[in-house]
Design a protein around this ligand. Structure first.
Ligand SMILES: NC(=O)c1ccc[n+]([C@@H]2O[C@H](COP(=O)([O-])OP(=O)(O)OC[C@H]3O[C@@H](n4cnc5c(N)ncnc54)[C@H](OP(=O)(O)O)[C@@H]3O)[C@@H](O)[C@H]2O)c1
Length: 296
């Protein structure tokens, strides 16, 4: 993608994947679900007890040599409740073991050691092989890879009937809140123009960004018809402006990510809470919710 401004209209409903129907953050803490969450947490905790000791969740990092992969490896090292047991990149690793973590090429996925959750921030071509390994091994899957085709989104839905799975275009808490605000603003402002402007670094390959599309889907749920503009410049980590305009007035909602660690930290948090859950597709807000009892 060349630097510059591209504008594009896109009907969000034409895109695959079930995130279109994302729940509000408030929905994640409904009282009726508390008992269910408690039961789920007790069963997950039991599954992590080995010899009376709670063991760390074993993580496979997929896309390990990339910007996000490197952030995941660094942040996971600092957590005692996670253990990275394998790091996988597209091409063959220069070093087989780094900081005690065995590294593999994507073509060697079949030989990785036992893991509880794969955390995938790679490129769309890498999705199916790592998803297939998770299904074969009954491991959970967390993915933030964007630019997926409709077929790849459908593969996620199918896999979610067999394993617990989260795919999200953005793992930051701030964007989860922005999504909720956009949905509410769109509902309160029928007939206003809705425009989403996203800015990213020049090496980002997909446009509009997955986050822009997710925000647009939240607005479209309330009857808005979002338009998209994409700017590629310098090393911008990620900015999303959602603008509602009518004659004489304008509302701007904006999120600026200053550091990609926020996405990596969110994905690791989600991975830790996803391991051992029942197969289905979960939303980030379900697992980030403050009301959910934290596991040791
Ligand atoms: N959801 C979120 O919150 C969020 C936040 C930031 C970024 N993202 C998304 O995360 C993805 C990665 O971003 P990035 O900036 O880290 O990209 P990047 O720096 O280009 O890294 C891509 C990684 O994927 C690996 N890879 C490429 N093809 C592969 C394949 N077929 N199988 C396995 N691994 C493969 C690469 O390995 P080689 O170098 O060996 O090819 C590299 O490790 C993008 O889709 C981006 O949009 C999502």
């Amino acid at each position: 993608m060349r630097p510059g401004l591209q504008t594009r209209r896109r009907r969000p409903e034409a895109r695959g994947g079930s995130l279109r129907t994302g729940r509000s953050i408030a929905g994640a803490s409904a009282p009726l679900e508390c008992r269910h969450d408690l039961d789920a947490n007790v069963s997950i905790l039991s599954s992590r007890l080995r010899g009376g000791v709670v063991t760390p969740v074993r993580i496979l990092v997929h896309g390990a040599s990339g910007r996000m992969g490197q952030a995941l490896l660094r942040l996971a090292r600092a957590r005692s409740d996670l253990e990275v047991v394998a790091a996988v990149a597209g091409s063959a690793p220069r070093q087989r073991v780094v900081d005690g973590v065995p590294h593999f090429a994507a073509s060697e996925l079949g030989g990785v050691p036992t893991f509880d959750v794969a955390v995938d921030f790679s490129l769309p071509d890498g999705l199916r092989p790592v998803l297939a390994v998770c299904e074969r091994r009954g491991a959970a899957f967390v993915s933030g890879t964007t630019g997926l085709s409709d077929d790849q989104c459908e593969a996620l839905d199918t896999a979610a009937t067999r394993i617990p799975l989260v795919w999200a275009s953005n793992f930051s808490l701030g964007v989860a809140v922005l999504q909720d605000l956009v949905r509410r603003a769109a509902g309160l402002l029928p007939g206003w123009d809705c425009d989403i402007v996203e800015s990213h670094h020049t090496r980002k390959v997909d446009a509009p960004s997955g986050t822009a599309l997710t925000l647009g889907e939240a607005a479209a749920e309330q009857g808005a018809h979002p338009r998209y503009a994409s700017l590629r410049a310098g090393d911008i980590v990620g900015e999303h402006l959602v603008q509602f305009t009518t004659r004489g007035e304008r509302i701007e909602l904006i999120h600026r990510a200053g550091d990609r660690d926020i996405f990596a930290a969110g994905a690791l948090h989600v991975a830790q809470r996803l391991a051992g859950r029942a197969p289905r597709r979960y939303q980030v807000a379900d697992l980030l919710a403050a009301t959910e009892a934290p596991l040791p």
